[in-house]
Structure formats: C-alpha cells, structure tokens
Design a binder for this molecule. Structure first.
Ligand SMILES: Nc1ncnc2c1ncn2[C@@H]1O[C@H](COP(=O)(O)OP(=O)(O)O)[C@@H](O)[C@H]1O
Ligand SMILES: O=C(CO)[C@@H](O)[C@H](O)COP(=O)(O)O
Length: 477
C-alpha cells in the first residue's frame, strides 16, 4: 500500500492525515493547536505540525506530502530566510485602513480586473501596505513574501534557500498581487502596495507557482521524511473542494474559524461589489468565494454566555421555535469581512422580557450564523452561481442544531459528509496525484453523507437582512 500525507495548517490547529493513496482511506491522523491570536509566529505552525505528524505515527513511510492551509496570511522573510515579524493572519483587521486606501487609489474596478478581488483587510496585499506604512524597518528587510502553506512547504523542503519557495494557483489567487486568469504575479501592484517602483521589488522572491500536481522536490531527509515528494499544496478552501472531489457547479459551506460559501466554477467571477472573491481552485478551475470572519466561534460564544457545552447549545436551540421568538443576532463579533465592516461588533436585537430565554438566545446564535452564511449565498447567486444544494463541512458542521436548521434557513438541501478533515484529505489527494505521476488526480470513493432537508423559512433571513442593514449603518458611522 502506498501512503501519502495531507496537512491542513488552519487558523486554529494543524491536522495531519496519513492516507492510502489508492483509496483515500485515512490510516493514521494527528492534530495540534495553534495559538489563539490574529498574529502568529510561523514557528508555532511548525511546532504544531511536528506534534501532529508525530501523533500520526510520523511521515517516514509516505511517498508524498502536500500542505493545505489558511489563506492570505502574510509571512515575510529576510535574506537569511528568517521570519521578519509574526504573520498577520486573514482575520487580522489592522490593515482595514490600508485596504480602503488601496481601493481608493486604484479603484475597485481596477483591482477586480487585475486580480479578481476588491480589497478587504484579509487579503495579503493590504498587509504589505500596512507594514510599509507602520514598520518601514521591517519593510526594508523583506527578501521574500509567502503564505502560511508556502512557508510550511518550504520548511519541509529544508527551509534554507529562498529560491525553493513554491505555492500554487489557488493560494496565490488570494494575495491581491496575482492574476488567476493569466497565472502571473502582478509585481506592479505589489510595488504599489509597498510604495516603491516596480524595479525596486524585482528582487523580492515570490514563491514559484507550481502546476496542480507538480512536485516541489523531495522532503529534507533530516526531517525524517524518507524520500517523500513534496506537492505544491493549496489554499484551504481549494483543498476542501479537492478532498470532496467537487467539480464545477458544486457548492461548499464551511464553518471553521471563518464561514465560507464557495463554488467550483469553470469560468472566473469578477464581482466589483467585492462580496465574492474571484479565487482559483487547485485543479485549474475557479473558486468564487464569500468568507466571513465570524464562523464557529459564534456558536462557541453563544454556548459560553449560556454556560453550556456544544451539545447543550444544540439542545436549547432545537427546543426554541423558528425565529427565536423575535430575537435577531447579527454576529459581527470580531468585526466582519462580508459585509466589509472591520470595526463592527455584534448585535442582539428584538429582545423582550418575554422572549429572552436561554432557548431563544441559543436559537438566535445558530440562526445568526446561518443568516450570515445566507448573505454569502445571496452574493454567489447575484454572480450567477446556481445553488440547489450545499455540502456542509468544518468544525461547526458537528453541531446538530446547525445541521438541522441549515436547510430551513438557507433554503436548500444540505449534504453533510461524514465528519473528516476535508482540507487535509484534499491535500492528501494532491499528494497521491503527485506521487502517481498520472495526468489526472486519483478517483477516491464517494464520501458517505447524510442529506438534511426542511421547509424553507425565508422570513428568518429577510428579518436578519433588515436588522443587519440597520446595524451596518450604525457601524459605518
Ligand atoms: N460540536 C460542535 N459544535 C459547534 N462548533 C464546534 C463543534 N465542534 C467543534 N466546533 C468548532 O469548530 C471550530 C474548529 O473548526 P475547524 O474547521 O477545524 O476550524 P479551522 O479550520 O478554522 O481551524 C472551533 O471553533 C470549534 O469550537
Ligand atoms: O480567509 C479565508 C478565505 O478567504 C479563510 O477561509 C481562511 O482560509 C481560514 O479558514 P479556516 O481556518 O476558517 O478554515
């Protein structure tokens, strides 16, 4: 049996799967936590990876390894390959002003035509501008710029020579200085963000963009990787689509740290409203994507305030009537990205003496999360994406209340595959492809799933949209 490994270096943790390359069956696995912060030194990702790999029985016997990871985080390296400052993650909103400046300087239309993105603070290029403006001494030391999955891949390759940095088209498409349609970096935009001339950024190393199953080289033998090939890796959402074997037309909803609605598409999406980001997938297609900063932590926070665990939250939420007795929770707890309100906070509206019960508050938490995702569904539909059903994954999909209420609130059938680490599985599928040398990725058996249906309750989304619009007005002031 040929074994391969898939890694998901995500926001909250690192997951490692060792998988049978032929069938996709998970043979061993491990995971370890990341620090809970919006800035993180990459060394913490390495530490979590080594712990998770050890828990998974080590990687000495795998033929290939690929890394999927949280998108957009800015990793800056100096000429010696040292990390210059902690990485600013996708959910770090301190570059909100830089994002607004960059959009004002070139215009939303220019950004979307060049990169498929209208800039929000999540995207890497806005963090570059922030460093240029706030930490000029760090900006002056930049020799290479990469993303979380690129950095971990580079470490697997030995992490010495900057010229061995690699990435893939899916993750590059979330930087704001890459055009997924031409497959080329836009160094002019990078130079603009750094307030430099293009010639002045010519020497900055950007990771080589590998093809979907192109090997980056062999793993560093000193790391106990045997003779494993290292794959190009991918952004986490592209990794999940690969793990689910999704093809154009299929839509994923992921509830991890972020809330994501994305669809595999054969054609690019250019949304000048910025609600849908025109990312690429890991196979050569596109991955129009809407992401929120707030995801499963909405459930965590609601459970905490009610003094219950996740099972208790589910029980309370399912004991309440649809509409939570009139309570609407707009869960912009950590600022928000879709809609673009980086300084927003959450709002619990419509609360009365009569309706403020633990059951209704729990229900409002679950409905609020689902309605926030519903905003992403509306945005996708506005771009012509047809959504008849969605596949629900991520840690939040383990919530019984989410699974049961999602079809009513989202108004579509919700397929929940058996719980698994789909990003890491997608990375493993890529690794199996790299190891096989075949022109097509391996076909792995269809994932077992359960489909949830319910009578749609559009009035819940409509009420949420009305309250959220009022709150957005307040937050924008
Ligand atoms: N039963 C559950 N109900 C609700 N949320 C859950 C449950 N189990 C895990 N979670 C949440 O899922 C999140 C982790 O999901 P994951 O997809 O691994 O996130 P990420 O990829 O962003 O690290 C955590 O916020 C965790 O609290
Ligand atoms: O910013 C995005 C996508 O644009 C997020 O999806 C991150 O990629 C983090 O994902 P999770 O850790 O929540 O899975």
């Amino acid at each position: 049996m040929t074994l391969v490994a898939g890694v998901d270096t995500s926001t909250q943790s690192c997951k490692v799967l060792v998988v049978d390359a032929e069938t996709g069956r998970v043979v061993r696995e491990g995971s370890a936590s990341h620090p809970d912060a919006t800035e993180c030194h990459p060394d913490a990702w390495w530490e979590a990876f080594t712990t998770a790999a050890e828990q998974a029985g080590g990687l000495a016997d795998v033929a290939a390894v690929s890394v999927g990871g949280q998108q957009h985080g800015l990793v800056l390296l100096d000429a010696d390959g040292e990390v210059i400052r902690p990485a600013q993650l996708w959910n770090d909103t301190k570059s909100a002003g830089s994002a607004a400046d960059l959009v004002a300087e070139l215009g939303a239309e220019a950004w979307v035509q060049a990169t498929g993105l209208v800039l929000v603070p999540s995207f890497t290029v806005t963090k570059m501008r922030w460093v240029a403006d706030h930490e000029p001494e760090n900006a002056a030391r930049i020799a290479a710029i990469c993303l979380p999955h690129d950095w971990l891949t580079w470490k697997l390759l030995g992490g010495r020579d900057l010229s061995t940095l690699v990435t893939d088209r899916s993750d590059a498409s979330g930087t704001g200085y890459f055009d997924a349609v031409s497959g080329e970096y836009r160094r002019d935009l990078l130079a603009h963000a750094l307030r430099r001339d293009e010639a002045d950024v010519a020497d900055i190393v950007l990771p080589r963009v590998l093809g979907p199953h192109e090997a980056a080289g062999h793993g560093d033998p000193a790391l106990g990787l045997g003779d494993a090939l290292i794959g190009p890796g991918c952004g986490d959402n592209a990794g999940a689509a690969l793990g689910l074997s999704h093809t154009p037309g299929q839509v994923t909803v992921s509830i991890g740290t972020s809330g994501v609605v994305c669809s595999v598409s054969a054609t690019p999406v250019r949304d000048v409203t910025g609600l849908v980001a025109g990312f690429a997938d890991a196979l050569g297609n596109y991955l129009p994507l809407t992401a929120t900063i707030n995801g499963a932590r909405i459930l965590q926070a609601t459970a905490r305030v009610l003094g219950v665990d996740f099972a208790g939250l589910d029980e309370l939420a399912l004991a309440a009537e649809p509409g939570a007795g009139g309570i609407v929770f707009v869960p912009h707890l950590d600022g928000e990205r879709t809609p673009n309100l980086p300084d927003a906070s959450g709002t619990l509206a419509g609360v009365t003496l009569a309706n403020m019960t633990p059951e209704n508050v729990a229900r409002a938490g679950v409905e609020g999360l689902l309605c926030l995702l519903g905003v992403g569904m509306q945005a996708q539909r506005a771009q012509g994406v047809r959504i008849d059903g969605v596949t629900l994954i991520g840690g939040g999909a383990q919530s019984r209340a989410v699974r049961e209420l999602a079809p009513a609130v989202l108004g579509v059938a919700v397929e929940v595959p058996r719980p698994a680490q789909y990003v890491a599985l997608g990375a493993a599928r890529q690794a199996a492809w790299v190891a096989s040398g075949e022109p097509e990725p391996p076909v792995w058996s269809v994932v077992e799933s359960e489909t949830f249906t319910a009578t749609p309750t559009p009035e819940i989304q409509e009420r949420y949209d009305r309250v959220a619009a009022q709150v957005a007005d307040l937050d924008a002031r």
